[in-house]
Design a protein around this ligand. Structure first.
Ligand SMILES: N[C@@H](CCC(=O)N[C@@H](CS)C(=O)NCC(=O)O)C(=O)O
Ligand SMILES: [Zn+2]
Ligand SMILES: [Zn+2]
Length: 190
């Protein structure tokens, strides 16, 4: 059986990060008036995301998305081409109006992820940023038109690639969210 295609950057195996990535330049797909962002430092929590909101390259079933501190993001070229996709969303995804690539998605609300910005490492000109480590919102691909009958093979392929599939976020991030909620509710204990 031909294996399912998930995302071009992982379909032939997950390439480990160098461990010493110091940052780089993200660019959109436009050949003229390219939007460029400088990112300081490496990415964190890199993962595949199956949700309908994250940007995916043409033909991909999943997005590959990671976070960086919003303070480490600098728009260096053609920032005027960026527009927020959905201003009511937690993640303020700034997309290139021409090619559609989401260039950065800061979280500015009172939330566990406040101060972080979601970016797509595949748009780095440089190699070596931290590799994806899990798959999130896997069941959500059904909302994009993937047949539920394909879910077993999709989850099996992620496992084969060493990326544990989850239908929400991974335990680390779910614990971060629950810790934030517990602190708000006053139920948090060390
Ligand atoms: N099933 C929904 C899930 C959407 C969702 O919750 N996405 C996650 C992962 S990116 C999230 O944190 N979204 C916050 C946001 O979009 O602002 C879909 O596919 O649209
Ligand atoms: Zn563009
Ligand atoms: Zn997503």
């Amino acid at each position: 059986m031909a294996s399912v295609s998930l995302h071009p950057s992982i379909d032939s195996g997950v390439k480990p990060g160098s461990g010493s990535f110091t940052g780089g330049t993200l660019s959109c797909l436009c050949t003229t008036g390219t939007v460029r962002l400088k990112i300081k430092g490496d990415v964190a929590h890199n993962h595949a995301c199956g949700c309908t909101k994250c940007w995916k390259p043409a033909g991909a079933m999943f997005s590959v998305v990671a976070v960086v501190p919003s303070d480490n993001v600098e728009i260096v070229e053609n920032g005027d081409k960026l527009a927020v996709v959905d201003s009511s969303a937690l993640i303020q995804r700034h997309a290139c109006k021409e090619c559609g690539v989401h260039m950065h998605g800061p979280v500015e609300r009172d939330h566990a992820f406040k101060g972080l910005s979601f970016i797509h490492p595949e748009r780095f000109a440089e190699s070596g940023s931290a590799a994806p480590g899990f798959a999130a919102f896997v069941s959500s691909v059904i909302e994009s038109g993937v047949s539920p009958s394909k879910m077993d093979s999709i989850r099996a392929r992620f496992k084969e690639l060493g990326l544990e599939p989850y239908d929400c976020l991974n335990p680390t991030l779910m614990d971060v969210l629950a810790t934030f909620a517990a602190k708000k509710a006053g139920t948090y204990r060390e």
